[in-house]
Structure formats: structure tokens, C-alpha cells
Design a protein around this ligand. Structure first.
Ligand SMILES: Nc1ncnc2c1ncn2[C@@H]1O[C@H](COP(=O)(O)OP(=O)(O)OP(=O)(O)O)[C@@H](O)[C@H]1O
Length: 291
């Protein structure tokens, strides 16, 4: 039966690599137009979950439905942006963005129509002047803008993003966050966004998921394998970056998220959230002294 309320449904999904359990019976329902951000310690399985939703890999068991249909292999319903390597190096900016439209024969667009559409999209991210350049001639921020429009132009039903802004400097990152938010507000597409950056997760998302490989069972004893969703917040309002950094409410909230994602009794401590990854998030240091 199609679940009308939930656009993305993940049921009992289990994934291992060899003898190592990565995702341990994940259950998740996401309504249409949600901007879902996913945080969790390095190596806990965030990208693996995203790859399963993309259809790039298959789960060992369980099912994933998109709009009531089993996801199968990657298709035009899902757009993807990685931190790097989303672009073809031998194609110009224009050709990289046009590729998806050219491959989609059912859209029946002429070459001229494709070019016009691509140039409109490029103009929106201020890259229309760079359409004939190759990826290596662009800055990191420009490349990510191309990668985003390359995904958006195909009008995916869900946009999957794996640390898309992780390698960018703060100014460029903010620019792209704002562009993404504007587009999301206009298009109301569903977004599934993996990040190490809790500030980014709180600024962009209206639902925040915390994935962690450490969790307690019903009797309160610890299990040490396979990631679970350990927290799920429906955020009522968008948090502004200064508010996140300075308001006691957010500092407390972040502290709680860290405690949920990292059990101090186990080897991986909450501090690892910040330290384990070069792209990690500054705000976490704010309450470090309170520990
Ligand atoms: N193809 C693979 N074969 C074997 N192990 C893998 C494979 N892909 C990922 N892993 C392992 O699965 C675990 C989860 O990896 P994953 O990249 O999903 O974590 P992550 O939370 O996205 O990490 P990060 O935050 O550092 O990007 C890691 O221990 C990783 O080494």
C-alpha cells in the first residue's frame, strides 16, 4: 500500500560490509518537501545510507521506497551532489549541466532549448559567463555550483547531498547554503543532506537526524555495532548562524545532540564530533569548556 504521507520510506534496512555491520535496521519516514539534515560521527554510515537511497548500492535486507515505489537503481527521481567529483572533467560547464537533459530523450528538447535552459540555470548561480570553461578552470565553489545546477536541472524529486559544501571556504559555503535554501523554498523538493557541520545542519534543515553506531538497547545496556538513528528532531524554525553560536538554547541543544550521537562511556567521545574530520564544525567548541 502506498504511504501517502511519506515520500521516502526506509524500513528495517540492514547493511554490512563483510563481517562489519554498518547500518542496523534503520527505520525512517520522510514527508515530501522535508529538508532532512543528517549528522553523526565520522565513519558511522551516513554516506552509506545516502548511497542506499541513491540506489548506488543495495541493502542486505529491508526496503526503501520513494513515493511508494521500491527505489531500484539510480534514476532521474534522485539528484546527487557529492563533496567532489560530481563533474566530468572533459566536458565544459555547459555540457556538464546539459548532459542530464540530453540523456533524457523523453523530455524531447531540441539542442537550442537545452542550451537556453542550461544558460538560465547557470545565470541563477552567476556562472553564465563561464559556460565554456572546463571544471579544472573553476574554483571549488564554482565547481560545486555547477554540480548543484547539474542535479537541479533534471528536477529530481529528491536531492541527495553528501557533504556538498565540506571543502569550501566559509564565505562560498554560506553563498551556496543560501542558494540551496532559496531553491528549496521555491521548488519544495525533498532534500537529504549529510554533513559534519551541526551549524549547517541546523541552519538548513527542518528535520535533523542523528546517526550513531553506539546506542542502548531496551534494558539500557550498550551495543557497539551497526548505526542507528539515535535522534530525530522536527525543527519548527530556521536557526540563524549567529543565534546558533550565541543563544544558550542552541548551545544546550547542540550539547544534547552530541550526547545522543556519542556516548562518553564508550571509546568515541562527543569531542570526536568536532575533531575527527577537517571539515567539522566550529560551534561545537563553544561549549567545550562546559564539559
Ligand atoms: N565499499 C566499502 N567497503 C567496505 N567498507 C566500507 C565501504 N564503504 C564504507 N565502508 C565502511 O563503512 C563505514 C561507514 O562509512 P561511511 O562512509 O558511510 O561513513 P560516514 O558516516 O559517511 O563517514 P564520514 O563522516 O567520515 O564521511 C566506515 O567504517 C567505512 O570504512
Amino acid at each position: 500500500m502506498v504511504d501517502q504521507d511519506h515520500f521516502l520510506v526506509i524500513e528495517d534496512v540492514y547493511k554490512s560490509y563483510g563481517s562489519k555491520v554498518i547500518l542496523d535496521n534503520i527505520d525512517l519516514k520522510v514527508s515530501r518537501s522535508t529538508f532532512c539534515t543528517v549528522v553523526g560521527p565520522s565513519g558511522c554510515g551516513k554516506s552509506t545510507l545516502l548511497r542506499l537511497i541513491l540506489g548506488q548500492e543495495a541493502s542486505d535486507s529491508g526496503k526503501i521506497l520513494l513515493d511508494g515505489i521500491p527505489i531500484g537503481f539510480a534514476d532521474e527521481r534522485r539528484g546527487i551532489v557529492f563533496q567532489k567529483y560530481s563533474l566530468f572533467p572533459h566536458l565544459t560547464v555547459l555540457d556538464n549541466v546539459a548532459l542530464g537533459l540530453r540523456l533524457n530523450r523523453s523530455a524531447g528538447l531540441t539542442n537550442k532549448e537545452i542550451k537556453t535552459t542550461v544558460m538560465e540555470y547557470l545565470a541563477r548561480v552567476r556562472l553564465d559567463q563561464h559556460s565554456s570553461k572546463y571544471p579544472h578552470e573553476l574554483s571549488g565553489g564554482m565547481r560545486q555550483r555547477v554540480a548543484i545546477v547539474q542535479a537541479l536541472i533534471k528536477k529530481p524529486k529528491i536531492l541527495l547531498m553528501d557533504e556538498p559544501f565540506g571543502a569550501l571556504d566559509p564565505g562560498t559555503r554560506e553563498d551556496l547554503q543560501l542558494f540551496l535554501l532559496e531553491h528549496w523554498e521555491e521548488s519544495k523538493m525533498t532534500v537529504f543532506f549529510v554533513t559534519h557541520d551541526l551549524e549547517e545542519a541546523l541552519f538548513l534543515g527542518n528535520r535533523l537526524l542523528v546517526l550513531s553506531q553506539y546506542y542502548q538497547d531496551d534494558r539500557g545496556s550498550h551495543k557497539g555495532h551497526g548505526a542507528k538513528l539515535v535522534a530525530d528532531y522536527h525543527l519548527k524554525e530556521r536557526a540563524q548562524p549567529t543565534e546558533i553560536k550565541n543563544s544558550p538554547r542552541f548551545i544546550e541543544f547542540i550539547k544534547r545532540i552530541r550526547e545522543q550521537g556519542f556516548d562518553p562511556d564508550l571509546l568515541q567521545h562527543a569531542r570526536d564530533f568536532n575533531l575527527a574530520h577537517p571539515d567539522s564544525f566550529q560551534t561545537l567548541t563553544v561549549d567545550e569548556s562546559r564539559q
